[in-house]
Design a binder for this molecule. Structure first.
Ligand SMILES: [Zn+2]
Length: 188
């Protein structure tokens, strides 16, 4: 987050405090919406107390995304910064509630990358990225094919009927080839 953005947040917070204290403040004109205002406008509270981001969510990761100072940022990280100040370098903002597009500051905690992974495994959120067809969204390999491979159905020997058909096709090919050869030999 840029220092400019931090100043805007600080000012917005001060304004919010003054409004809360009952002071009449003229609405800001010709200024862009502050981050606090955007987060408030684009989120809804659900029954579990989560503040769900209704803006853009990255389909791949499930995290809410927002453009701040011309940079795409994860919203929950921005929300944590709003409440607690800048995120120390290399730290992750994790969810107590496991709802990735939740931006409720009390549901967020600061951890290392390892903390987050440990938490993820402990809660069973992880998914294996290894193995064939994992992480390939547009693969033609279907679940049925994987199941068939697992049970060995793709590797069954050909039926007698199929063998007969292939044998006939092979014979026909040889016949055509011999005919062509004969024609070629007949040429003067
Ligand atoms: Zn939450």
């Amino acid at each position: 987050m840029s220092t400019k953005e931090q100043h805007r947040i600080k000012n917005a917070k001060r304004r919010a405090e003054r409004i809360a204290a009952g002071e009449h403040i003229k609405p800001q004109r010709h200024t862009r919406e502050t981050l606090i205002e955007t987060l408030a406008r684009r989120s809804i509270r659900d029954a579990n107390g989560c503040l769900l981001w209704t803006g853009y969510v990255d389909k791949r990761t499930g995290y809410g995304v927002i453009g701040i100072a011309r940079q795409l940022t994860k919203v929950h990280r921005a929300a944590w910064e709003l409440a607690n100040g800048p995120i120390p370098k290399g730290m992750s903002v994790c969810h107590h509630c496991d709802v990735r597009n939740c931006i409720e500051p009390t549901h967020l905690w600061l951890g290392t990358y390892a903390d987050n992974n440990r938490d993820m495994f402990a809660k069973g959120r992880h998914r294996s990225m290894g193995g064939w067809n994992k992480g390939i969204p547009h693969s033609t390999v279907t679940k049925a094919k994987i199941a068939a491979k697992a049970t060995g159905r793709l590797h069954q020997p050909h039926t007698a009927e199929a063998r007969e058909k292939m044998s006939q096709a092979r014979a026909a090919w040889w016949k055509r080839r011999k005919e062509k050869e004969a024609q070629w030999l007949k040429q003067p």
